[in-house]
Design a protein around this ligand. Structure first.
Ligand code: NAD
Length: 378
């Protein structure tokens, strides 16, 4: 609707409906008639420093979704000990639109956020390093840039999968689980799922089932990761791997030690979580389990590594890029921070007899509050 000047979320009539003790600091709706831009920026909290958070290009962007994701970034960045607060932004639109029209919208969006210096955009669903190059061109700040512009290509490097494997390593020690020979299931063989399978294979694990949006396969002896990678490089599905095809819904019941959601939200729910047979659920995806499902997992003594602790590798890589650091510095920091945080969360959860998410929330919120203590405006 290029002529519609309304904000992305017309229901936003109560400006305080999201507000609590942590934020948000700023909500801005942006519209531009010539490009048809409608978008929103939620800067949740900047106590620790300018907020890093992705720009999502999606038809379903709303203020509320951006707020929830911005809060998740505040907690993730605080947990990771970064000198950055949390934010998220969105442009309402189909990411597959004509690239020239999309670039016009992104340029208009960037122009509109020039003065919002407390926000550093990064890539998210529907945007990538080329989008970030366009934003850098307009306003001189963005992370997740192309290598030629000083970027650290976090998806190519598998930064999030690397951190997730480190978190799983700590959890396995915690449970006295030997990773050598441990069976792994990955739901979503993409930028997070593919590298985590690799990093775990280096520790002796075998991938016994995986899925992408087009199908799922299983082999109790282990799937061939090289063959899976070749299929994905050819634009094909993991379901074309010569192993037993299974229904995507049945992935949840495959016997394993480590089950990794690495696709969309709410994959584990009250109606399927009882079928899960694993010792660890490592959340590569953001919000992959409902609250109810996480409560059930806790009752069943299945250890959950919460998303904002275990999948922080990508944003740590973005922060190192912003500070003009190198790949090796990024990987060293991911390893150090994700391991230390997993230890702290599992220790606190065990000590207090609470689910890891509850323990992690307490740690992250306390860090945000400490950062806020000396600041008048946050
Ligand atoms: P991606 O698009 O590279 O990969 C997602 C994979 O999931 C694809 O293989 C896709 O085919 C598959 N998929 C989609 N729907 C599915 C379904 N219903 N069943 C099975 N597979 C399905 O995305 P990504 O960057 O790997 O992100 C995955 C998740 O991890 C998202 O929740 C994202 O927010 C989160 N995450 C990503 C990063 C990162 O660094 N990329 C960092 C933190 C969190």
């Amino acid at each position: 609707m290029p002529d519609d000047p309304r904000p992305a979320d017309p229901a936003a009539d109560d400006p305080y409906r999201f507000t609590d003790h942590l934020g948000p600091a700023t909500i801005v709706h942006v519209t531009e008639r010539r490009s048809g831009l409608r978008g929103v920026v939620v800067i949740d909290n900047v106590a620790a420093g300018p907020a890093i958070g992705g720009l999502r290009f999606d038809p379903g962007v709303t203020t509320e979704v951006c707020f929830r994701l911005a809060r998740a970034m505040t907690l993730k960045n605080a947990m990771a000990g970064l000198r950055h607060g949390g934010a998220k932004s969105g442009i309402v639109g189909d990411p597959r639109m004509d690239p020239a029209d999309k670039e016009r919208m992104v340029r208009a969006f960037a122009g509109a956020i020039t003065e919002l210096t407390g926000y550093i955009p990064g890539p998210d669903m529907g945007t990538n390093e080329s989008t970030m190059a366009v934003i850098l061109d307009e306003i001189g700040r963005a992370v997740g840039l192309p290598t030629e512009l000083g970027g650290l290509p976090l998806d190519e490097l598998g930064a999030t999968g690397f951190g997730l494997a480190a978190s799983i390593d700590v959890a396995a020690r915690h449970l006295d689980l030997d990773l050598d020979g441990a069976r792994v299931v990955v739901q979503g063989y993409g930028n997070v799922g593919r590298p985590v399978a690799r990093f775990l294979a280096e520790r002796g694990c075998r991938l016994v089932a995986t899925a992408d949006s087009r199908g799922a396969v299983a082999d109790p002896q282990g799937l061939d990761l090289d063959a899976l990678d070749r299929l994905k490089a050819d634009g094909r599905s993991v379901a074309d791997h010569p192993a037993q095809r299974i229904d995507g819904d049945d992935l949840v019941g495959v016997d394993c030690e480590i089950w990794i959601p690495a696709a969309g939200p709410d994959v584990l729910r009250a109606d399927n979580v009882e079928r899960l047979r694993a010792r660890i659920v490592a959340q590569g995806a953001n919000i992959p389990a409902t609250d109810e499902a996480e409560a059930t997992l806790h009752q069943r003594e299945i250890l959950v590594l919460p998303d904002f602790v275990a999948n922080a590798g990508g944003v740590i890589c973005g922060a190192v890029e912003y500070a003009k650091g190198s790949r090796s510095q990024a990987f060293a920091l991911i390893d150090e921070r994700v391991r230390a945080n997993t230890e702290a969360v599992l220790g606190a959860a065990q000590g207090d007899g609470v689910p890891p998410r509850q323990a992690a929330l307490a740690i992250a919120e306390a860090r945000v509050e400490r950062a806020m203590a000396g600041r008048r405006w946050t």
